[in-house]
Write a new protein. Structure first.
Length: 132
């Protein structure tokens, strides 16, 4: 059933992230997620102060943090996919997945929304899965 496949996919993704296997982890991202990392990368490289100040607090922290933690030469050579791979390989993304599982909230056509559970307890985090 789809809920079993979703849980298995999350576990495989989580394992790849925790093992710092960026190439394997990025293979689980949807095209929407890769688009997000393309936009994030453009903001990291090009966004000026006025643009950054218009963004959410989480986006500001990401942009400023990654500007500080990643070399300019690396950033200029990345696209969204390679940015994500580098974040996983350098342990800048995903360490918080340890001990987490997912519970399917809704299934619709080729998408699902799941709740992220921390040690079995509910969290305010929901993830979207796309079958592509």
């Amino acid at each position: 059933r789809d809920t079993k496949a979703i849980k298995e996919t999350f576990e495989a993704f989580k394992t790849a992230v925790l093992q710092q296997d960026g190439a394997k982890a990025v293979a689980y991202l949807s095209s929407n997620s890769l688009d997000y990392y393309d936009i994030l990368l453009q903001n990291i490289i090009h966004a000026d102060q006025a643009t950054v100040e218009q963004l959410s607090s989480a986006a500001i922290l990401q942009i400023l943090g990654y500007r500080h933690l990643l070399l300019k030469e690396d950033l200029l050579s990345f696209d969204g996919k390679t940015l994500y791979q580098a974040l996983v390989e350098r342990q800048l993304w995903g360490g918080q997945l340890e001990g987490n599982t997912v519970e399917t909230v809704s299934l619709q056509d080729n998408s699902a929304q799941v709740e992220l559970l921390a040690e079995g307890a509910s969290t305010p985090t929901f993830l979207n899965f796309q079958k592509e």
